[in-house]
Each structure stands twice: as structure tokens, then as C-alpha cells.
Design a protein around this ligand. Structure first.
Ligand code: UDX
Length: 460
């Protein structure tokens, strides 16, 4: 099938590449000329396992094209995916200007029936706005003859960064919202054909009305964020009462009604989705006169949780960290990505630097992105950046540090050579923001160890 993807960001690029891999003829549009030039010369703007191979294979096969030509992109696909960014406005609502601009361009150039798919995460009711934007352009063209038909469907993405290709190729569900007008039924037929390869063994598509599909995406992320914040709050209490949140996690996760996933306490969630989507859903509720009390707390707990490592460090070393030097492992908001958006490491670094410490940092893939982002974070204080040393490997970062602090649970941090860690650190102290290690084991091998919610009374 002929598909157009508008926006070659994270979601658009993965969607386009994977649909091409299934044999479709995919045209990816982006207005950022540098990004398109990079993709056309074999580069990939993001770090995502497996993506580079798929892009290169399908470009070579002539099934995947990258361009800045809007008219050509509208002409190409019978199905037009809108996968542009929806950054949060100052008030937390999703900024729809790029989505609506994409819709207007479709209306400006389309000459026959199109299915427009909202792939970006957009508030409930956006499909109606997209329809209106397309129709307004069609009306402005004063076309003679039968009106050009189109249908806007909602097909939210559920891609996890670092596992996006796998999530796309082996989805646990595909959510599609269509209306039941004749154009909506035509859209249903085309979308069914497009996703057929995923539904051969068993049906994975959940068909619903458009608003429910839009809502489903927010409900899913809000539920996951709630689980994390709830566990973080319990972990903070576990620290006070002397219980082990990891034991508690097993104890409750074994109940199938609760399940094990997304119950990991840590130093807060980040990324491009949870923080933004939680805020946007709260905002939608407010627009309809309702306060989402639980989500407000989810957000507050998460903001607090990003400070928990800093708190533990100041409880141990005192509030003035002048002359103290820390090793920090993990900068990205989670493993297998170089994404620094809303990363807990940024909050911690701000705190350590503001209190006068120096920090040696290492991340397996996010070093360049971290440098870029931290330059912006500390733009108000040039001297601050000089107190952050970027290290090529995790061992170097440890040298003469007063403690090791872990913020991201990269696999390579899970079983380090602890003798080497101890030898390089000035003192054997570990603040583990992702509960990678067993407190008792760490104490047995001579570390002073601080996890999240793991202050169970220990045998000496
Ligand atoms: C999320 C959703 O999982 C995905 O379905 C949606 O499409 C986009 O948003 P992503 O942001 O890529 O994906 O990351 P995810 O793996 O969900 O992790 C988000 C954050 O939560 C990370 O900072 C992670 O460290 C944190 N997290 C996750 C926890 O603190 N505890 C957990 O138990 C799980």
C-alpha cells in the first residue's frame, strides 16, 4: 500500500520504517531539511535498536523515501499518518499547531479520497479539529464537481523507546478509532488491510470510536505513571519503616490482578510521554470542569522523586557539597536510548552542582545528547558545566569520587567489577537510584549502600 508519514521524529520514523519493512511503499515527510538530508545520506537522527538496519534495507529496496516536498507527500499516500510533535504548552495542554498545519497541507493538496491517521498523542477531540482543518482548506479551494472525501482515524502508538521496533513489529494491541460514516467505513477497510500482517495468528486490533481511541492512549500512560508513582511513594515509606520495597513488589506483583510490570521504585519517571501525557490529561479534565486528583498526585510524587537521590546524598554528606566529588552512572531517562527529555539525571545534576559538588558522568550512549542538553540547562551558569566531567567509560568516572550514584539502569551497570569500583572510589559508598544491587550483598562486600525503599534493618 502507498503510505505517507508526516513527521520523521521518533514515532514517525519507526512507523515509516516498519511499514516499509512489511512491503509497503512509504514516503516520509519532514520540514527539517537537515534531518531529511541526514536520512537520505544513510544517517539516523535517533538511537533506537534495530532501526538503522531497517531504514537502510528499505531505502535500498526503494520502499522508503525521505523528502521535504509537501505536495508530493500528499499525492503519494492513500493513508496519511500524522506523526508530528505535540509539545506541551505552558499550561500543560498539548500544542496542536504542527498537527493542524499537517492537516491543512493535506487539505490544500489532496485530489482524491484519503485516510488521515492521527498517530501523534493528541487530546480527545483532536480528530474533529483535524477534520475541520482539512475541510476548511478543501472549501477554500472552491473545487467544482463531487466533494473530495476523507476520513480521520485515531491510531495511537504504544512504542517504548529502546524497544520501539520490537513493539511495532510485535504489538500486544493495535487500537484504531473510526467513525461509522461511509468514509469511515472505507477507512476501516484500508486500515484493516494495512494491519493485516499483525493479525494473521490472532486478532490484535481493537476497533472503537475515535474519541475512545484517543482517550485510550492517555489512559494507558496515566495508569502506568500512576503505578510508578504509587510504588515510589510506598518506597519512601518503606525507607522510614524499615521495609524492603523489592520484597513488597514480589509480594504484591504475584497477585495476577496487580501483576509485576511497572512496579519498580526508583528516582522518578522521565521521557517524552509520561510527564507530558499526565499533564495533558489533567488539562483535558480541567477543560471539562473535572479535577483528576489522582493524576495531580502522580505528578507531584514524581517531581519529588527526582530529588530523592539528592536528599539521600545531603543526608549523608550534609547540605554543603563544596569539595565533594561524585561519580554518576546513567544520564538518559531510561536504558537503550540517548533521550534526555525529563531525565532524572538533570534534576540531580542541578542539585549537586548548585550545592558546590563536582561530578564525573558516564552514559553508554547518551553522552553527546547529555552534553547538548546540559549546556542548555546550565546556560545561566557557565562555570557549572566545568564542574561536570564527561567520561568515556564507567570506570574512569569512578576515580577518586566520594560516592557512586546510579540514575539509569543500563545493563552494563548491573554487574560491575566491585573490587575495581571500590579501588577507584575514595570511599565505598553507592547511591542506587534504580535498585540494581542487593543491599545485603553490597554491605557484605564492604559498601555503604543506599537504595530506594530498601532500608530494611540489616544484620551487621
Ligand atoms: C512509555 C510507554 O511505556 C509507551 O507505551 C508509550 O507509547 C510511550 O511512553 P517510554 O516513555 O519509552 O514509553 O518509556 P517506559 O519504558 O515506559 O519508561 C518510562 C519511565 O518510567 C522511565 O523513566 C523509566 O525509568 C520509568 N519506570 C518504568 C520506572 O521508574 N519504574 C517502572 O517500573 C517502569
Amino acid at each position: 500500500m502507498k503510505i505517507t508519514i508526516i513527521g520523521t521524529g521518533y514515532v514517525g520514523l519507526v512507523t515509516g520504517a516498519c511499514l516499509a519493512e512489511l512491503g509497503n511503499d512509504v514516503f516520509c515527510l519532514d520540514l527539517d531539511q537537515r534531518k531529511i538530508a541526514m536520512l537520505n545520506s544513510g544517517g539516523i537522527p535517533i538511537h533506537e535498536p534495530g532501526l538503522a538496519e531497517i531504514v537502510s534495507r528499505n531505502r535500498a529496496a526503494g520502499r522508503l523515501h525521505f523528502s521535504t516536498d509537501i505536495a508530493a507527500s500528499v499525492a503519494h499516500g492513500q493513508i496519511q499518518f500524522i506523526a508530528v510533535g505535540t509539545p506541551p504548552d505552558e499550561d500543560g495542554s498539548a500544542d496542536l499547531q504542527y498537527v493542524l498545519a499537517a492537516a491543512a497541507n493535506i487539505g490544500k493538496y489532496m485530489t482524491g479520497f484519503k485516510v488521515i491517521v492521527d498517530k501523534s498523542t493528541v487530546p480527545v477531540g483532536t480528530a474533529d479539529k483535524v477534520s475541520a482543518a482539512i475541510q476548511a482548506e478543501l472549501d477554500a479551494r472552491n473545487l467544482s464537481g463531487a466533494p473530495i472525501q476523507f476520513s480521520v482515524v485515531s491510531n495511537p502508538e504504544f512504542l517504548k523507546e529502546g524497544a520501539a521496533v520490537e513493539d511495532f513489529m510485535r504489538p500486544d494491541r493495535i487500537v484504531i478509532g473510526c467513525d461509522d460514516s461511509p468514509a469511515g467505513q472505507q477507512a476501516h477497510t484500508l486500515m484493516k488491510q494495512l494491519y493485516l500482517p499483525f493479525n494473521r495468528n490472532h486478532e490484535r486490533t481493537y476497533w472503537m470510536d475515535v474519541r475512545s481511541a484517543e482517550f485510550t492512549k492517555y489512559a494507558a500512560n496515566a495508569m502506568l505513571a500512576t503505578r510508578i508513582s504509587f510504588m515510589n511513594e510506598l518506597a519512601n515509606l518503606a525507607d522510614k519503616v524499615g521495609a524492603d520495597i523489592e520484597a513488597v513488589r514480589h509480594g504484591i506483583g504475584s497477585d495476577p490482578r496487580i501483576g509485576y510490570s511497572f512496579l519498580y521504585a526508583g528516582c522518578g519517571y522521565g521521557g517524552s510521554c509520561f510527564p507530558k501525557d499526565v499533564q495533558a490529561l489533567e488539562r483535558t479534565a480541567r477543560d471539562y470542569g473535572q479535577e483528576l486528583l489522582i493524576l495531580r498526585a502522580v505528578e507531584q510524587v514524581n517531581n519529588h522523586q527526582k530529588h530523592v537521590l539528592g536528599q539521600k546524598i545531603t543526608e549523608r554528606f550534609g547540605p554543603d557539597l563544596q569539595g565533594k566529588h561524585f561519580a554518576l552512572w546513567g544520564l538518559a531517562f531510561k536504558p537503550n536510548t540517548d533521550d534526555m527529555r525529563e531525565a532524572s539525571s538533570r534534576v540531580l545534576l542541578r542539585e549537586l552542582i548548585d550545592r558546590g559538588a563536582t561530578v564525573a558522568v558516564h552514559d553508554p550512549v547518551a553522552m553527546a545528547e547529555a552534553q547538548r542538553v546540559l549546556e542548555l540547562d546550565f546556560a545561566d551558569d557557565r562555570g557549572a558545566l566545568q564542574r561536570i566531567r564527561f567520561c568515556d567509560n564507567q570506570a574512569d568516572a569512578l576515580q577518586d569520587a566520594d560516592a557512586l550514584v546510579i540514575v539509569t539502569e543500563w545493563k552494563t551497570f548491573r554487574s560491575p567489577d566491585f573490587d575495581q569500583v571500590k579501588a577507584r572510589l575514595k570511599a565505598p559508598i553507592v547511591f542506587d537510584g534504580r535498585n540494581l544491587y542487593e543491599p545485603q550483598v553490597m554491605r557484605d562486600i564492604g559498601f555503604e549502600y543506599y537504595g530506594i525503599g530498601r532500608s530494611v534493618l540489616v544484620r551487621e
